[in-house]
Write a protein that binds this ligand. Sequence first.
Ligand code: SF4
Ligand code: F3S
Ligand code: FES
Length: 248
Amino acid sequence: MGYKAKFRVWRGEGGEGRLEDFTVEVNEGEVVLDVIHRLQATQTPDLAVRWNCKAGKCGSCSMEINGKPRLGCMTRMSTFEEDETITVTPLRTFPVIKDLVTDVSFNYQKAREVPSFTPPADVKPGEYRMQQIDVERSQEFRKCIECYMCQNVCHVIRDHEENKPNFSGPRYLMRIAELDMHPYDVLDRKESAQEDHGLSYCNITKCCTEVCPEHIKITDNALIPMKERVVDRKYDPLVWLGSKIFKR
Ligand code: SF4
Ligand code: F3S
Ligand code: FES
């Protein structure tokens, strides 16, 4: 059965904006993105929203629904009470372009700063041999749809704009951890994770893991093991001795 829902949507651009109230029709089985689209079709033709697949796979429709980062296309209207006001706002950690659309280029920049997979020079494509266990360890991380909700929710940058230059965020620390686990990658990912990408800023609050729509265990399976490997390396007596000798 259809009903009328109360929506409060953030509208604005260029750093200015306000919440606007709407009453909009909802039909059975719909998701929040359907209702936003109905708003566009019937009341606010210029309402900006980014979306693409409507299947939870492109990562475009990230928004904050009642203050929580969610995919608009995967958030069923049936999860809310019919008389509840549903507040929809743009991701808070990134600058707003217009309405619900944010400029997520911070993430593209951080992606570029992670050197790509670097195999040994004497091993050619087609000659890689990996154990199944090594394949499986990183498989989970490759489910990432780059929705940036983990980046958006991490308090290190959500509340601290000044940390952005020094912190790559959970999505890219996870990428570094994935490469570090690869038996054929030869780069020193540990020092770079700590020095260049701000791994030490992460204090394991796990908010990133909680919001991941792909249910990737970012903290437990990528960030904590990476932190452990960094610590192991630091306190490895051979590494310590080497650093003393080469620093002389
Ligand atoms: Fe989104 Fe999860 Fe990928 Fe983060 S790790 S960008 S929350 S899919
Ligand atoms: Fe941030 Fe996730 Fe660490 S939310 S503090 S990167 S555990
Ligand atoms: Fe693709 Fe929502 S529109 S994930």
